[in-house]
Design a protein around this ligand. Structure first.
Ligand code: B12
Length: 462
């Protein structure tokens, strides 16, 4: 039975990404496509990133597929919902998968989705497609990780089962199923680089309470370094990238693996600039040198907070000192460091916010990104503070990040904290360069103004 896969993320609807312009394709769908092809299933991908909702509908009208497989993440929920309605009206089976569907099974099914595959998609999808050849969409009992509705509309959630397959059992993502040149052109136009993403592992066994484990649980499986190098060779030959992104949760989790990977990359004569995500407790100076040798130019760290108290509350398993040390090694060996910073973690007080601002200012990573914490369903954080979460609207009218948390400071306070951080960070940078005294004064004044506003807002809690 033929299946059309899509993901309903449209860059034309994402003003932020239009500025950043560092798009990557949905690897999950490309993995599924390769696996379906290997199992002789007819599959097509409608890659929505550079398209529009209208074009997606035109495609469905031109040749309605019996099944539409939709990847859902946090941002795409409304489009997914529109598509479910379309499927319901046009006799197309709406089959959902991906991280957001996995945590809102009941809601999506009640909304109109026909089938949801939670967790890793490969095996369950093949089983569902085989079953649908001989039975109807209400007869999906006994297939692990699948949820569906009986003919009476009752929601059934089959038990979850983690995949035990070695990752090298799966073929490489079917990048040829989409027009990857669109991504490469976007990169080239905006950054003068051609960047391709790949993964060397699935899942993360660390326990950070805010992180979604909805797809892979707390499992972690790595590919063989040989297979990763083969994929890179293919990518290089086919797409001529100038840059790679290892989209693993923690690229440096296994030192032995990385040393072997380095050796095989060297034997193959491969060296490309790349960025990756690490954890400060999964790095040492030798590994930083290895990453440099491999071509790494930027390492992202979930620094998250400058307050050890908050890092511990997150169950992050990393200390401020480790982040500081790792940043130092990066500077010494000429690799950029990037920090992810989270404000508004439940329990965070004004003193913690100031510790974070001072930490980032003093460490001077090359780049940092900030978020105000939002508990994702299925996370430990969500379970811990569920009774304090306030959603302004019904499930079908809000995204998971649109919420308030009781007892937390109000949003404007975090906005001033983020502004103060920007000014403190910039002022220190300018001072170190002994440059632009007027700008330094501007940032000093802005920082003091932010102090005043933070103080004023500190009494107000949600
Ligand atoms: C790479 C990545 C990104 C990249 C690239 C995204 C892209 N276009 O691929 C960037 C940096 C842009 C990004 C951004 C965001 N991300 Co992100 N990202 C990831 C990361 C690290 C890897 C994704 C990946 O490629 N995995 C490998 C593939 C093989 O796995 P997979 O996608 O899950 O697919 C498998 C299954 O889910 C399933 N499946 C997937 N789709 C479908 C569809 C069907 C029909 C079926 C049956 C099965 C199925 O089968 C696949 C194969 O087994 C994940 C964490 C993770 N480990 O997965 C977070 C993750 C997906 N991101 C997350 C979030 C929150 C975001 C942001 C919303 C953050 C933000 N605040 O802006 C944005 C959203 C951006 C967007 N445009 O949609 C969350 C999602 C939580 C949620 N409930 O949606 C995750 C899980 C991180 C986390 N642990 O909390 N992200």
């Amino acid at each position: 039975m033929k299946i059309l896969l899509t993901h309903t993320y449209f860059i034309e609807e994402d003003a932020h990404e239009q500025k950043v312009m560092k798009p990557y394709p949905p690897l999950g769908l490309l993995y599924l496509t390769a696996w379906l092809r290997e199992n002789d299933v007819e599959v097509e991908v409608f890659d929505s990133t550079f398209s529009s909702f209208d074009k997606l509908i035109s495609r469905l009208e031109a040749e309605p597929p019996p099944i539409l497989g939709i990847h859902c993440n946090l941002l795409t929920k409304y489009n997914v919902m529109k598509l479910i309605r379309y499927c319901n009206q046009h006799n197309i089976i709406a089959l959902l998968g991906g991280p957001d569907a996995s945590t809102q099974v009941e809601e999506f099914l009640r909304y109109g989705a026909d089938i949801i595959i939670s967790g890793e998609g490969e095996d369950a999808l093949i089983s569902v497609l085989q079953r649908l050849e001989e039975a109807d969409k209400h007869s999906l009992q006994d297939i692990p990780n699948v949820s569906y509705k009986t003919a009476d509309g009752e929601v059934v959630q089959n038990p979850r089962q983690a995949s035990k397959r070695h990752l090298d059992h799966y073929p490489a993502p079917a990048r040829d199923a989409i027009d990857l040149e669109l991504y490469l052109n976007a990169w080239e136009t905006h950054h003068g680089q051609r960047s391709v993403s790949l993964i060397t592992a699935r899942g993360c066994a660390f326990t950070c309470k805010w992180c979604s484990h909805s797809v892979y649980g707390w499992t972690h499986r790595r590919r063989k370094p040989e297979s990763v190098v083969r994929e890179i060779q293919d990518i290089v030959e086919t797409y001529r990238p100038t840059h790679l992104w290892f989209a693993d949760d923690v690229f440096t989790v296994n030192k032995r693996w990385l040393l072997k990977f380095r050796d095989i990359m060297n034997e193959a004569g491969l060296r490309l600039p790349f960025e990756c995500i690490s954890r400060a407790d999964r790095l040492d100076e030798e590994l930083v040198e290895v990453l440099k040798e491999l071509g790494c130019y930027r390492i992202w760290f979930g620094a998250e907070s400058g307050s050890q108290r908050i890092l511990d509350a997150m169950s992050r398993g990393v200390t401020r000192e480790q982040v500081s040390k790792a940043t130092g090694w990066c500077k010494k060996h000429g690799i950029q460091s990037g920090y992810f910073i989270m404000f508004g973690y439940p329990g965070e007080e004004i003193r913690d916010i100031y510790e974070t601002i001072e930490f980032v200012r003093d460490e001077q990573p090359d780049i940092y990104l900030t978020t105000v914490a939002y508990p994702l369903r299925g996370t430990t954080l969500y379970d811990e503070i569920q009774d304090k979460i306030i959603y302004a609207k019904q499930w079908d009218n809000h995204l998971q990040r649109e919420l308030e948390i009781k007892e937390r400071f109000t949003r404007p306070l975090y906005q001033f904290a983020i502004k103060k951080l920007a000014s403190e960070y910039r002022r220190k940078q300018l001072r170190a360069q002994r440059e632009q005294h007027l700008k330094q004064i501007y940032h000093s004044l802005r920082s003091v103004y932010c102090d005043y506003k933070i103080k004023q807002l500190a009494d107000a809690r949600t």
